[in-house]
Write a protein that binds this ligand. Sequence first.
Ligand code: CA
Length: 221
Amino acid sequence: MSNKTLSLDDRLYEYLLSVSLREPDILAQLRQETAKHPRAMMQIAPDQGQFMVLLLRLMNAKTVLEVGVFTGYSSLCMALALPPDGKIVACDISDEYTTIARRYWNLAGVAHKVDLRIAPALETLDQLLAAGQANTFDFAFIDADKDNYRHYYDRALQLVRPGGLIAIDNVLWGGQVTDAHAPDDSTQAIRAFNAALRDDDRVTLSLLPISDGLTLALKRE
Ligand code: CA
């Protein structure tokens, strides 16, 4: 026994899912369809989606910002959890991926909760700020190109309300973050981002080793 986080082998992870995952059929269908996609690993894990739903319910969240939609698994999880007047502003640059997402939002009857913006996310976030939407979002989920993480985070921190939460995905990056000499830009961007967040006293911080690493940053009141 140890007080360090367990590394999950397949058997233990399957067990975890078997006793905790409550995935609605529509999400399971989307996950099966996405599994055939060449970039399927860009989808969040189902237990992570369920955890994010718990966070939304804990906060009574109504307004969500999502940076990086892909085929829509995370946005569908969140849209299903939001109240009828809840809203997700969902940012992505891909018509192709989000066509799948939109089909499932429609099938699940939650399309009216999702405001999809097809544009570079920084442009959309800056438009929201220019439109006076600072301090209005309850929750933000950042899961897009890693080079821009610090820019997405800076905008998201302005856009969420005091007491609002930002969740940032892939912060352990398959374990590559331990390599200070990793040659790729994404690894270095995540390393720099993680190091900067450690010292960011505007937020209360926790890095969870769920899935590929999920940082939670709660904007201080
Ligand atoms: Ca991700």
